[in-house]
Design a protein around this ligand. Structure first.
Ligand SMILES: [Zn+2]
Length: 143
């Protein structure tokens, strides 16, 4: 196991309009859209956190710790693409002003950002912005 992590963004597809109880944020009515969640994996284990997110999305892990776990854990949600920036502590910079509608407070309990999750109907525009901001992309493989 490596301790080298960095910053990552998950591009998620929500298949239907879905209301999801997001822990302390309460119930959020998500539209049928693409969502980009940006987080950092700088602690022990590094990008193993991304694998953990995949396990939650696959229904293999029941723990709900971060806001995104509630979204990932819903059967209507799938992980489309993962971008990573190894060694970068740039979660807030990457999440800022992405082309989409912020979900207030989502993923940003520990910083001053409006949100670390945005939703949009325009997948290509969002993916293009993520291509520009991340060092390595896109990857659907082991990171
Ligand atoms: Zn932030």
């Amino acid at each position: 196991m490596t301790s080298r992590g960095g910053t990552y963004t998950l591009l998620l597809e929500l298949q239907h309009p879905t209301s999801i109880d997001v822990g302390a944020l309460g119930e959020i009515a998500f539209e049928h859209r693409w969502y980009a969640y940006t987080g950092s994996a700088l602690g022990p284990g590094g990008f193993a956190r991304v694998d953990r997110h995949r396990e939650v999305a696959a229904g293999e892990r029941e723990v709900r710790h971060w806001h995104v776990d509630y979204l990932l854990g819903h059967p209507n949600t799938t992980i489309d693409t993962v971008w990573i920036s190894p060694g970068a502590d740039s979660e807030c910079a990457i999440a800022a002003n992405l082309p989409g509608e912020p979900i207030p407070g989502f993923g940003s309990s520990d910083c001053d950002c409006h949100a670390h999750l945005v939703g949009t109907d325009e997948r290509e525009r969002l993916a293009g912005a993520l291509n520009d901001r991340h060092a390595r992309n896109p990857s659907n493989h082991e990171v």
